[in-house]
Design a protein around this ligand. Structure first.
Ligand SMILES: Nc1ncnc2c1ncn2[C@@H]1O[C@H](COP(=O)(O)OP(=O)(O)O)[C@@H](O)[C@H]1O
Ligand SMILES: [Mg+2]
Length: 208
């Protein structure tokens, strides 16, 4: 990995608050997703692991290692197998979660059953029992895998300030998704997904 993936990889954080942009990924490596801190890759020869590479200058690597240490082994979370640094580039080797983010489910019109929401609630309670503070739990950080809810991104779980994202997502699920979309979900165009995301940000900055 340090020979193949990291040297050939160009990550950029173009806009603060927008996901990391991956300029190129070497042969054999597939980008699974990108967030505000990092991009996540899988290799075709290793089905069950992913590499999360932090963008230059983005904090959070040490915190994420500590969060996984406290979480231990739990079915609703990934695990961190190895944390390394190569020429100043920080990365984690983690258990791959085979799921679809709730964001992608809404976008693609894939049904999100109520049990998924309950599983995630239970997983977040478990994290609280371990002395963690669920934070930044939004549609791109939770997934459906075989009909169960799982949490992909725990990097902010040491932050103690309150975060309303998961409660807001649940409200949206109960008020809009259940009554209007759950029976026959339809794919959503990008502009709808982006408008909801930007609208939510405006709403939260006005109501906090
Ligand atoms: N363990 C994993 N298995 C599979 N996909 C993952 C895994 N971790 C992250 N991803 C994918 O990569 C995206 C970005 O990872 P994430 O941990 O959320 O990064 P960030 O901390 O920058 O927000 C996620 O939204 C998800 O699509
Ligand atoms: Mg994320």
């Amino acid at each position: 990995m340090e020979k193949e993936l990291l040297p050939g990889l160009v990550l950029e954080s173009v806009h603060n608050g927008e996901p990391i942009v991956v300029r190129n990924a070497p042969e054999g490596w597939k980008k699974l997703g990108a967030g505000n801190y990092a991009a996540v890759f899988a290799h075709s020869d290793a089905e069950d692991v992913v590499v999360k590479v932090y963008a230059p200058g983005r904090e959070g690597w040490e915190d994420e290692v500590e969060v996984y240490r406290r979480l231990g082994d739990h079915p609703a979370y990934s695990r961190c197998y190895y944390a390394g640094e190569w020429e100043g580039r920080k990365y984690l080797v983690m258990k791959r979660l085979h799921g679809t983010t709730l964001y992608e489910c809404v976008k693609q019109g894939i049904k999100i059953p109520k049990e998924v929401i309950d599983d995630i609630d239970a997983a977040l309670d478990y994290a609280r029992e371990r002395g963690l503070h669920p934070h930044d739990v939004h549609g791109k950080n939770v997934m459906v895998a075989d009909g169960r809810g799982i949490v992909v991104d725990v990097s902010d779980f040491l932050k103690t300030e309150p975060c309303l994202m998961w409660d807001d997502l649940k409200k949206a699920y109960n008020r809009f998704y259940m009554p209007f979309l759950s029976k026959a979900p339809v794919p959503m165009p990008d502009w709808v997904m982006n408008s909801v995301r930007k609208g939510y940000r405006l709403f939260r900055s006005a109501h906090s």
